[in-house]
Design a protein around this ligand. Structure first.
Ligand code: GUN
Length: 283
């Protein structure tokens, strides 16, 4: 039987309708709505398309949103002082600096500068640390979206073997932590892992976040597995994930498509985080 498709697009639509209602209620209570500011440096086409989708999502649910574009030539100092301004601006609840940044800018310095309470990406090391020790934190958007998707299919993560392919700070590492918090048994694999398939074949949940088109092949997947594809690759001008979708959808139990899977859910998680940040700041 072919896998059940977990549509991030459909789920996002549903959650965004709920967020829209919450914004109306918050506006009635506070006379104010959440404000998200997205900072984009340079004009990388992929980044432009991501930030456009983020802004559109924010506007749709009734947030105030602003896109601040700066040229590739902006100095590190100028970017840091822009972040200071946004940190000090009480009307701004969430700040997101789109990555990657130009090489002359130290990305760690930029992330460290964003006020903890406004770090809606969940990238600040203190947010990351809080997540690791089980304290309240704004959660990184992609891993948060992955958990929401799995739960939306009515699946209980507890006790499952979760195998993550990829160890990035943005996805692999925080996904491991969130899955462990759901009582999964977690294995993180990466480019140096020996006999990768021996791990992935054990996965009840397989998260592919390697950034290589169709890297996960059908022989690496356990029948009935939940396959989460984080990849966004372009092959011959067409978007495709890290998972070889067609053959794997014949053996997996659940699968997320690309496009229309994890991507929209990342943005939906960002909207949830912005609403959470707003509420925390009003307290
Ligand atoms: N670039 C690719 N993904 C992301 C993300 O989730 N947040 C930010 N800020 N930049 C990104």
């Amino acid at each position: 039987m072919p896998a059940t498709v977990i549509s991030g697009r459909k789920l996002s639509k549903q959650i965004r309708e709920e967020l829209k209602e919450k914004v109306v209620q918050l506006n009635a209570k506070y006379g104010d709505v959440p404000k998200l500011v997205v900072v984009l440096v340079g004009d990388d086409p992929a980044s432009i398309s991501y930030v456009t989708a983020k802004e559109k999502g924010a506007k749709y649910v009734g947030f105030d949103s602003e896109l601040i574009r700066k040229p590739e030539s902006i100095s590190e100092e100028e970017l840091l002082s822009l972040i200071d301004e946004l940190n000090n601006d009480e009307s701004v609840n969430g700040i997101l600096v789109q990555l990657p940044l130009p090489k002359h800018i130290d990305v760690d310095k930029v992330i460290d500068r964003i006020a903890l309470a406004k770090d809606v990406d969940g990238f600040h090391p203190e947010n990351v640390g809080n997540l690791h020790v089980g304290r309240p934190a704004l959660l990184p958007c992609t891993p948060k979206g992955i958990i929401t998707m799995i739960k939306s299919a009515g699946l209980n993560i507890s006790g499952m073997n979760a195998v993550i392919v990829g160890r990035s700070n943005l996805v692999g590492k925080p996904a491991a932590m969130l899955l462990m918090n759901e009582n999964a048994t977690v294995t993180i694999t990466h480019s140096r892992t020996k006999d990768l398939a021996s791990h992935t074949k054990n996965a009840d949940i397989l998260v592919a976040a390697i950034g290589r088109a169709k890297f996960i092949t059908a022989d690496m997947v356990k029948p009935g597995a939940i396959v989460i594809d984080v990849g966004v690759n372009k092959v011959d001008g067409k978007l495709c994930g890290d998972v070889d979708y067609e053959p794997i959808s014949e053996i997996a139990g659940f699968i997320t498509p690309v496009p229309g899977g994890v991507g929209p859910m990342t943005i939906t998680s960002l909207l949830e985080n912005t609403l959470e940040a707003f509420i925390n700041q009003k307290k």
